[in-house]
Write a protein that binds this ligand. Structure first.
Ligand code: ZN
Length: 299
């Protein structure tokens, strides 16, 4: 297939579900020392926080967001969902993090890594990369699939990924795909476990992963190609900090394609990201009520 549009650049953000917001905030800002870059609500369910973390400059490819549920009834990773996200770190930093956090060491496609879980059971990894950028940029994400083939077809046929190889891991097989270029989060691993496990959404699981479109035109071109393939893609949704389209890929994982712009310094300045609750225009009239309902956070 001849592509008349550019490939995806890499991951834009990963959105997971956490338990109570304060423990989530403490872990990602105090323990992992990423920056709280946005404090808002779930636009589709504004009674819950939506906290965003990332690099100091809040760049796409570093953005990790959580729908923060005060009810911590855990979900379960399994087929049809993303299983883990991974940060890129230099080999020296990996050793420092291991001394600080513990975790389980692994080697994957020749790189050392550390497997960890956050306070609500979300699996994440630190993977050594000599070319790692600023702390907080993604290395990769892992999708857990019953059959990787149809997902791989979207990745290579539409998004511009290339097949890198396959590796046997503990309890399953991992296929690696990567995008050209040097953008963060340009690796995607497709994991197939030997024993089927169905995913159950809830705290400790990933809700969706978002890929980067350069701009609205790029996003629209990708949307047209996906629609022509029969994928059920949503209309463009205004997520305040980016424009987004969504579809459930054939393996069951919710995919989003998000634009780089306008970015996170739209409703507050870069110096003050995350310091106060930001509401989109549709929820601003409910500010007093929502602020009263949402738990107070010690930021
Ligand atoms: Zn998203």
């Amino acid at each position: 297939m001849t592509q008349t549009y550019s490939p995806i650049a890499g991951l834009h953000h990963v959105t997971a579900i956490s338990g109570p917001a304060q423990a989530n905030l403490d872990f990602y800002t105090r323990t992992l020392r990423t920056r709280l870059i946005k404090r808002t609500v779930n636009f589709d369910a504004p009674e819950m926080y939506h906290l965003y973390y990332g690099t100091e400059d809040a760049r796409p490819g570093s953005v990790l967001t959580f729908f923060n549920r005060e009810d911590d009834t855990r979900g379960r990773a399994g087929e049809g969902a993303a299983q883990a996200f991974a940060y890129a770190v230099t080999p020296e930093a990996l050793a420092d993090w291991r001394a600080e956090l513990g975790g389980t060491r692994f080697t994957r496609f020749g790189a050392e890594g550390l497997a960890l879980t956050d306070p609500h059971g979300q699996a994440f990894e630190l993977i050594a990369d000599p070319d790692a950028g600023p702390w907080g940029e993604f290395h990769s994400a892992t999708l857990w699939l019953a059959d990787p083939a149809p997902t791989a077809d979207i990745l290579t046929g539409v998004f511009g990924y290339e097949y890198i190889g396959e590796e046997r891991g503990t309890g399953g097989t991992r296929q690696r795909y990567a995008l050209p270029g040097t953008a963060p989060g340009r690796i995607l691993d497709l994991w197939r476990a030997d024993t089927p496990v169905a995913a159950r959404p809830g705290p400790g699981t990933i809700h969706h992963i978002a890929f980067r479109a350069r701009d609205a035109g790029h996003q629209m071109a990708l949307r047209e190609v996906l629609l022509a393939r029969g994928e059920r893609v949503t209309e463009v949704k205004d997520r305040q900090y980016f424009k987004a389209i969504y579809f459930r890929e054939p393996g069951g994982v919710l995919f989003e394609i998000a634009t780089d712009g306008p970015g996170f310094a739209t409703d507050e300045s870069m110096a003050h990201l995350g310091e106060s609750l930001q509401l989109p225009p549709q929820h601003e009239p409910r500010r007093a009520e929502l602020e009263a309902r949402l738990p107070t956070l010690d930021v």
